[in-house]
Design a binder for this molecule. Structure first.
Ligand code: ARG
Length: 598
């Protein structure tokens, strides 16, 4: 099913063609519903191009538009805006088409999958395994998961790659330390338990700083690791596996699915990177050159502060590899082995230049063609509630686990206070139910708050704001959903089993407004996956929830459970069902589970 926006756009394109013009119809939902439901702004730009008065052009477009099955006669406003008011009959016809009941297509809500599905890699979370996951890893995990969910929903094949840092000089130090403090590790690598990776790292580091002998041993261990010495690899792997177990406890809790494919996975491919670059180096005017002993790719437009060319170093003068080498190898794998046509890196903004340079290098040497896009989805920092960088009282890094625990504990208080306010019958919960509710609401609050901010900005982690019951927050959304589910209980119906032969009647303005909002979900998702503007999704869901509360409002809305005749009651209950399903799907795409009762 085409969205209303696409349908309008297609009709305008036809009208334009009939006047011999071609251009973007520029159709968007109207900002102010006073003027209409949708607006096209194309007459301004096209008028200029065709040297015609925009308003006259708008009139001609309108006179040629064949649209009366969808819209009331379009109105022209201001310099040439064309406003459309969608006919309720059209809205109800599309809504009635959305598969009801147990249809497997039910969950798609009539939203079409992408016409040409792509293979997409989402590089997300990607902590450094040397340490415990800390608050800084929340955003990459949550944003990456949401992007992956939306792309999957649109029918793309998504590889969720956890590009963990497991390959570098630090691991020499950690492996050497491990050998000292757990001499038995090689006998029983899978039994290794390190309760606190942070403390372990600090111990190893201070030994490294204080003990020259240990420093030397650590360096030798790095070499042994890179040369694939079996015993060193075994201990290294035991350490990485244990560190990954810590990460996965968090991923399981956040219900984030991903595949661990760290830097070490590309270790052999880094040699292939060098081999291919060495071949290119022989060519005339090659961007690949040796500079100060290092193998480099020189790029246009990147210079140091002093104006000297700034190349990507692929192999250091000492023969070692670096972060850029591993990212180039990773690109080769993703493009050639996985066949990716989109690679999305969900990594903090401080790495902006790294990615710009790596992308430019991969294109320059011809490994990535124009039809493959590489996107650095950079994000800002999460700051403490006071706006300072996140630190424990002692000045250490805050573990992600502790932050989530705190959110869940506060969520429990909020939900409990609601229960005290409401002595209503269907809200008595067992201890297990309460645990589940608190965990769901707490994690939802953290995710929703993060995703409701624009990616590039910083935000303050403020639990009282994110757990507020008013405003654009997870608790508001979850209560909105649970309220609709409670309508089903009050009406004593199963939404999925509502009869569909009666049709959806849209007579009251509150019904029309809700119908229109419901039908804008697909377009919102389209924009989200095109521009990676995840906060458009939270905004949409918030608008939908508010539109629903007006629909349900005793004064300005309509009666539902006790509406009559039966056909009207049924129609309104179907609107409730569609709203609940849209909220549920939207929240699911944000990585948030709903609760039927809370
Ligand atoms: N492990 C890196 C870090 O902690 C992030 C990796 C991001 N992904 C990548 N392909 N470089 O900074």
């Amino acid at each position: 099913m085409k969205s209303i926006q696409t349908e309008l756009a297609d009709r305008i394109v036809k009208a334009l063609q009939s006047i011999g013009l071609d251009g973007d119809p520029l159709v968007f939902p109207s900002q102010d519903s006073k003027f209409g439901d949708y607006q096209s702004n194309c007459a301004m730009g096209l008028g200029k191009k065709a040297a015609r008065k925009p308003r006259e052009l708008a009139e001609e477009i309108v006179s040629r538009l064949q649209i009366d099955d969808i819209s009331e006669p379009p109105q022209i406003a201001g310099p040439g805006f064309i406003n459309f008011r969608i006919k309720p009959a059209f809205l109800s016809a599309i809504l009635a088409d959305i598969p009801p009941g147990s249809d497997p297509e039910r969950a798609r809500l009539g939203i079409e999958a992408a016409a040409s599905p792509e293979v997409v890699v989402v590089d997300l979370s990607s902590p450094n395994l040397a340490k415990e996951m800390h608050v800084g890893h929340l955003r990459s995990t949550v944003i990456g998961d949401c992007v992956a969910r939306c792309l999957e929903f649109m029918g793309h094949t998504v590889h969720r790659d956890n590009h963990v840092g497991d390959w570098g000089t630090q691991f020499g130090m950690l492996v050497a330390h491990l050998r000292h403090v757990r001499p038995d590790v090689a006998d029983n690598p899978s039994q290794l338990v390190i309760h606190d990776l942070e403390t372990f790292y600090i111990e190893a580091k201070s030994r490294f700083d204080e003990d020259e002998e240990f420093k030397k041993e650590s360096r030798e261990t790095v070499v042994a690791l890179q040369q694939a010495d079996p015993q060193t690899r075994l201990i290294w792997k035991a350490f990485c596996d244990e560190s990954l177990r810590h990460c996965h406890a968090i991923y399981d809790r956040l219900k984030v699915d991903l595949v661990d494919r760290g830097e070490s996975f590309y270790a052999d491919l880094m040699h292939e990177v060098v081999r291919r670059l060495e071949i290119l180096r022989g060519e005339d005017d090659s961007p690949v050159r040796i500079s100060d002993g290092a193998l480099c790719v020189f790029l246009d437009g990147f210079t140091t502060r002093d104006g000297d060319p700034l190349p990507v170093i692929v192999r250091k003068a000492d023969g070692g590899f670096n972060y850029a080498s591993s990212d180039l190898a990773t690109i080769l794998h993703r493009v050639e082995q996985l066949g990716a046509t989109r690679i999305i890196y969900v990594v903090g903004l401080p790495q902006k230049q790294h990615f710009e340079m790596v992308f430019a290098a991969a294109r320059k040497v011809g490994w990535v063609s124009e039809d493959v896009s590489m996107v650095h989805l950079g994000f800002g920092s999460m700051l403490s509630a006071t706006g300072k960088p996140f630190k424990t009282r002692e000045g250490g890094t805050v573990k992600l686990k502790d932050l989530l625990d705190e959110a869940v504990a506060k969520a429990r208080k909020v939900v409990e206070s609601q229960l005290d306010d409401d002595k209503g019958g269907d809200r008595a919960f067992t201890k297990e139910e309460m645990d589940h509710i608190a965990e769901t609401v707490g994690l939802a609050a953290v995710k929703y708050f993060d995703l409701s901010h624009s990616l590039a900005g910083d935000y303050k982690f403020d639990l009282s704001t994110m757990l507020s019951l008013e405003g654009n927050t997870a608790p508001y959304m979850l209560y909105a959903y649970a309220r609709i589910r409670s309508i089903a209980r009050k009406a004593d119906v199963d939404f999925a089993g509502l009869p569909t032969d009666v049709g959806i009647s849209l007579d009251h303005p509150a019904e029309v407004a809700l119908a229109l909002k419901l039908l804008q979900f697909g377009d919102t998702l389209g924009t989200v996956v095109r521009d990676y503007r995840l906060n458009l999704l939270t905004e949409y869901l918030f608008e939908l929830a508010k539109t629903f509360s007006r629909f349900y409002d005793k004064k300005i809305g309509v009666r539902i459970v006790d509406a009559s005749p039966e056909s009207v009651r049924n129609s309104r209950l179907r609107l409730c069902d569609l709203t609940a399903r849209t909220l549920k799907l939207g929240l699911h795409l944000l990585g948030i589970e709903t609760l039927d009762r809370m």
